[in-house]
Design a protein around this ligand. Structure first.
Ligand SMILES: [Mg+2]
Length: 386
């Protein structure tokens, strides 16, 4: 049966999440955008994007995307994605457009799953029913003692792969009295405190969110040599493939990147330049599952593993369960709380893994009350609830 698109809505949201790890409070804020696509056959799919300006991506959907997709068959995902490519990124641009395309594509796969009665991960290939994950907890708001206590608590609870933030906004705020040198000195101390706390019972990952320059990323990695870091994510500004490759050559720590990329050629450049040990497509950013599949195949051809960076595990787990070379997803403790506020029917996860649901589509639904509560911006009145 055809699934002609009759309605597309976009709702920008702003939320905060709270959790505690052994009594240590952690919190985070999140800008995101929810897309809902309804078909004439009565199916509604939902998609999501984040880590960008939510009101801009919602405006892109409302003003450019929606008028161009009404009437198209939602099952013909490649036709839709090709139209969106030429509509939004005709000269290979990355940025807001890729975020908007991601949310649309995820909603289309949700529709395809609901129309066929199959979960998205099975439509993507159904490689495995259980996806491993790592847990992001090491936020700048925690002092050394809290970090050590939280790390120990997580490990006791079964979380054997844990991630900390380093280089916190160091480049962006380098004129505000925090030299990059002082930032990485503090980072090294914090990571050592966590390694000391957990011994060799956990793998420790670090993530600089592109916050450092090449020199300071190199220095930090060298200082942390004895901490046995499992990977160093987005170590340097721009995710520059040449600089990442140079960094990789000089350090023993594996380098991971890719969560912020929105075009296939950017992933190709990372692989061609031997820039990463782990490629990290995020389906909420890279162009959805359709793009995620392509990136996974590309990575496979280069013999480079993929993991999820940039969190949103509940969408990304479908890709990693779907493809044979799928890897880990990221559970960020504050974002997980946000997801539980925003979505209904999320699968349970242990410290180590999450079992995939057999429910059709993404397997979880929007909490409409939460969506209304957290909607913001000029498009939150009227547009999102058309
Ligand atoms: Mg990251």
């Amino acid at each position: 049966m055809q699934q002609n698109i009759i309605r597309i809505e976009a709702t920008p949201i702003f939320m905060s999440g709270n959790a505690e790890i052994g009594g240590v409070p952690v919190s985070g804020k999140l800008s995101g955008m929810i897309v809902e696509i309804e078909t004439a056959a009565g199916i509604t799919g939902h998609g999501f994007t984040a880590i960008t300006d939510e009101e801009v991506t919602a405006a892109v959907i409302k003003t450019v995307v929606a008028p161009n997709l009404i009437g198209m068959d939602a099952i013909q995902r490649e036709a839709i994605i090709e139209r969106l490519y030429w509509l939004l990124t005709p000269r290979g641009q990355t940025g807001y457009a890729s975020h908007a395309i991601s949310a649309i594509d995820i909603a289309l796969w949700d529709i395809a799953g609901k129309a066929t009665g199959l979960p998205v991960w099975k439509l993507l290939g159904g490689a495995r029913e259980e996806v491993m994950h790592y847990t992001t907890f090491g936020f700048p708001s925690l002092d050394d003692e809290q970090l050590a206590h939280a790390a120990r608590t997580l490990v006791k609870q079964g979380h054997k792969r844990i991630k900390m933030l380093v280089g916190f906004h160091a480049m962006a705020r380098r004129d505000q009295g925090r030299s990059l040198d002082s930032v990485i000195r503090q980072d090294a101390r914090r990571v050592r405190a966590v390694r000391e706390a957990v011994g060799d019972e956990a793998e420790i990952y670090i993530d600089a969110n592109c916050g450092l320059d090449h020199y300071h990323a190199l220095r930090l990695a060298q200082w942390l040599k004895e901490c046995d870091i499992a990977f160093f994510e987005e170590p340097i500004v721009d995710n520059d493939p040449h600089k990442l490759a140079d960094l990789r050559r000089q350090i023993a720590v594996p380098v991971a990147a890719g969560q912020s990329e929105g075009q296939l050629f950017r992933f190709r450049d990372m692989l061609m330049n031997n820039a990463v040990d782990v490629l990290q497509p995020n389906v909420c950013v890279c162009g959805g599952f359709s793009a995620g599949l392509r990136v996974a195949s590309l990575a496979r051809a280069f013999g480079v593993p993929i993991d999820n960076g940039g969190t949103f595990p509940y969408q990304n787990m479908h890709l990693h369960a779907g493809v044979a070379n799928g890897g880990m997803v990221e559970f960020h403790v504050a974002v997980t709380d946000i997801c539980h506020q925003l979505f209904i029917g999320l699968p349970e996860h242990s410290g180590e893994s999450v079992i995939m649901s057999s429910k059709a589509g993404l397997g979880f639904e929007l909490n409409k009350d939460a969506l209304q509560e957290f909607a913001r911006g000029p498009f939150s009145q009227g547009h999102g609830k058309a």
